[in-house]
Structure formats: structure tokens, C-alpha cells
Design a binder for this molecule. Structure first.
Ligand SMILES: [Mn+2]
Length: 260
């Protein structure tokens, strides 16, 4: 059986200039790279061309993390929702150009007026997910919705919410399981127990169960030996991306060791 592939998200270098991040690609201890399409790393035509060149010369394969800053796919403010969806669709086009193996995006977040629209956030976000999924299907890009922590006001922190999505939309959309996020809601094991067949991409970092620190994989109290057992049990052979912002090379090495 083939093993999970350990990759890395370039999130950790976001404070550095874009070109330095591209140069770094040659030094990473993995060929599986997640590109963050947001902030100062916002993709455009020339950057996509540059990344394609790097992939060719360094034999890299990409996944793309969708933009999320100031985007809310469940927004009740129509112009903002439209702007967010437009940006997400552009990111899907970028992912397609990069031949990305996965495009991960974030769920909706509560707003200051969400309480006035019972269920509005779920309904609007499910509509947005359908719309994005259809665009992704046209491109042939694999997409996955990420679990986010409830303590920061996000939907989709628990398996039950994904079950509701599947029930109400019938979409065969996958899940990017973010271990750090799931740990904050004590939901790592429930995700593996209830939605194992939906997990198509994994973000790995660590924290102490209080805030989303994105520590190196050894700095926190996520049970990584249990994680390895879960992956073996479900026969997971897709990507596990280090999404730490500290101790990144150490985290790549550690995951490679425990997943070997
Ligand atoms: Mn993540």
C-alpha cells in the first residue's frame, strides 16, 4: 500500500518577500508544496508562470490554499459575498494553471448580524460551496473544504456540520482535515471515526488545545501516534502538509519519520 506523502505549506514564509519564497522552493525537503494564494503572495499571471517554471526545474507538485482574508462564503452582504466568490474563482483558475493536486478553501464565519438570520450562514455557505464546486469540476481541479475552529466563529468545526453539508447538497466534496483546528474542538478522532472516507488532504501543525498556534508538530498536545494509527487504519495515501509557522524543517523530518 502506498504511504502518505509529506509536504509543506509556504504559509510560514508569508512575512518574507514573494521572490524569496520562490527561491526557498529549491531548498525544501519535500517535492509537495502548498502555495498560499493570499496576502502579499496573491497569485497573478506572472507569478503562476514563475511557479510553473520552478515546478518543472525542481520536480515539484503543488496544492493551492485559497485566499481567505476578508472572505466569507456565508456573508449576508451580497456585494461582499460576490467579491469573495470572484476572488475564489480566480484562485481556482490559478490552481488549474498550476496543475494543483488540491485546492483547499475555508468555511463561512459568523458575522455581527448572523443572529438575525437563523440558519442563514449555513444556507448561504452551502450555496457558495455548490457554486465553487461546479467551477472546480469544469476545471477538473480537486477541491476540499477545511475544518476551522469554532472558537474563531467558523462553521464546519465538527463532523456533524459536514454531514449536514452532504445531506443538504449531495456534493461529493472532500475534507481538508486541519489537525490543529480539529484539536481545538477536540474533534480529531470524531473526524477519523465519522468521515474517514471524505478526508482527502491534511494540514499538520500542533498546539496546546487553547489557540491555533500552528506550532511545529512536536510542540503541543496533539497525539501524533494516534494520528499515525488512524492514517494506517483508513489506508490514507494522500498528502499530509506541514502547516506550522515554526520549526518547519524539523516538522517535515518528524512526519516523514513517523509516516515511513
Ligand atoms: Mn489549515
Amino acid at each position: 500500500m502506498s504511504k502518505p506523502k509529506v509536504g509543506v505549506s509556504m504559509l510560514y514564509s508569508l512575512g518574507e518577500p514573494y521572490n524569496r519564497m520562490v527561491k526557498r522552493l529549491a531548498t525544501m525537503e519535500t517535492k509537495y508544496i502548498e502555495i498560499l494564494d493570499d496576502g502579499t503572495y496573491d497569485l497573478n499571471k506572472s507569478r503562476v508562470a514563475q511557479l510553473k517554471e520552478a515546478a518543472k526545474s525542481l520536480d515539484l507538485t503543488y496544492s493551492v490554499h485559497a485566499p481567505f482574508v476578508d472572505i466569507n462564503i456565508g456573508s449576508p452582504a451580497k456585494p461582499m459575498l460576490a467579491a469573495g466568490l470572484k476572488r475564489l474563482k480566480q484562485s481556482l483558475a490559478n490552481a488549474n494553471e498550476l496543475d494543483a493536486k488540491m485546492w483547499t478553501f475555508h468555511p463561512a464565519q459568523f458575522t455581527g448580524i448572523s443572529a438575525f438570520y437563523p440558519d442563514g450562514l449555513f444556507k448561504q455557505s452551502f450555496e457558495s460551496i455548490k457554486e465553487l464546486y461546479a467551477v472546480a469540476e469544469d476545471y477538473g481541479v480537486n477541491v476540499a473544504l477545511e475544518n476551522l475552529p469554532s472558537q474563531y466563529g467558523y462553521l464546519m468545526s465538527k463532523p456533524e456540520e459536514f454531514q449536514r453539508l452532504y445531506k443538504e447538497t449531495n456534493l461529493p466534496i472532500g475534507i481538508t482535515l486541519d489537525l490543529g483546528h480539529a484539536h481545538l474542538d477536540r474533534q480529531i478522532q470524531p473526524f477519523f471515526d465519522q468521515l474517514a472516507d471524505k478526508i482527502v488532504h491534511i494540514h499538520a501543525s500542533n498546539n496546546y488545545g487553547k489557540q491555533d498556534d500552528h506550532n511545529g508538530v512536536e510542540d503541543g498536545n496533539i497525539d501524533y501516534s494516534q494520528f499515525v494509527e488512524n492514517l494506517r487504519r483508513i489506508g490514507y495515501d494522500k498528502w499530509v502538509m506541514v502547516e506550522s509557522i515554526k520549526k518547519v524543517p524539523e516538522s517535515i523530518a518528524k512526519l516523514k519519520q513517523i509516516l515511513a
